[in-house]
Design a protein around this ligand. Structure first.
Ligand code: ATP
Ligand code: MG
Length: 219
């Protein structure tokens, strides 16, 4: 379980995160909604340790992780898919997936289940990441984050710029992952219909604060 309390973050003089607090449980999808610039990506970056936190606490299964650098958080089971499909364009699909295993002991194989979740990647192992379509790159980015079998999966707008059929594929994968009950999923999403289909819980942010929250069924 992820437990987040009173996060504080500033960029320059601007107060970007003003104390968001929530919990995310294994097997559940927590959707974070809000307009552009309210701090959704900053929230996920703080959970991943990519920007230094100026206050508050983050615990994973009861252990504080807010002081740990990103690579240690990965080892502790945090998986992150940033906004904008960051994959290694010059590396092959297979090499990209192996990057997702960098925190694991040497020689750890790519889990076969990744290809069950993303069949399209299986036929493309030797292709360069940069030659995939946007939707395929997004699937690769998610598969890479899943390679190390995280207990917390952070997804930052996986539907951005993606056509409806691939959005459906990604939705199916998220639902399957939640049903396995091995990970908590925090999904930042602007596409409300997609969010409503997946959410067990939702949080709405405004100016760095959570201003509304509830059960997905009530969205
Ligand atoms: P979007 O829906 O557009 O992705 P968001 O809710 O994810 O928006 P953030 O990316 O978290 O918003 O940005 C929150 C605020 O912090 C914005 O005003 C943004 O301009 C600012 N910001 C983000 N990153 C930086 C940075 N590295 N330096 C300075 N300001 C930043
Ligand atoms: Mg964002």
């Amino acid at each position: 379980m992820l437990s987040v309390k009173d996060l504080q973050q500033y960029y320059g003089g601007s107060h970007i995160l003003r104390g968001p607090a929530f919990e995310a449980r294994v097997g559940e999808v927590t959707v974070v909604l809000g307009r552009n610039g309210v701090g959704k990506s900053t929230l996920l970056k703080c959970l991943m340790g990519l920007v230094p936190l100026r206050g508050g606490s983050i615990a994973l299964d009861g252990a504080a992780i807010e002081a740990l650098p990103p690579y240690v958080r990965v080892r502790r089971g945090v998986g992150y898919v940033p906004q904008g499909r960051e994959i290694f364009g010059r590396l092959t699909v297979e090499e990209n997936l192996r990057m997702g295993l960098a925190s694991q002991p040497a020689g750890t194989p790519i889990p076969a289940e990744l290809f069950e979740l993303f069949p399209v990647l299986k036929q493309m192992l030797g292709r360069r990441g940069g030659d995939l379509s946007g939707g395929q790159q997004q699937q690769l980015a998610i598969a890479r984050a899943l390679a190390a079998n995280p207990k917390l999966l952070l997804l930052d707008e996986p539907t951005e710029g993606i056509q409806p059929s691939v959005i459906k594929d990604i939705g199916r994968v998220i639902r399957k992952l939640a049903a396995r009950r091995t990970m908590a999923i925090v999904l930042v999403e602007q596409y409300v219909d997609f969010a409503a289909e997946l959410a067990d819980h939702y949080l709405i942010m405004e100016r760095g604060e959570i201003v509304q929250r509830g059960h997905g069924a009530d969205m």
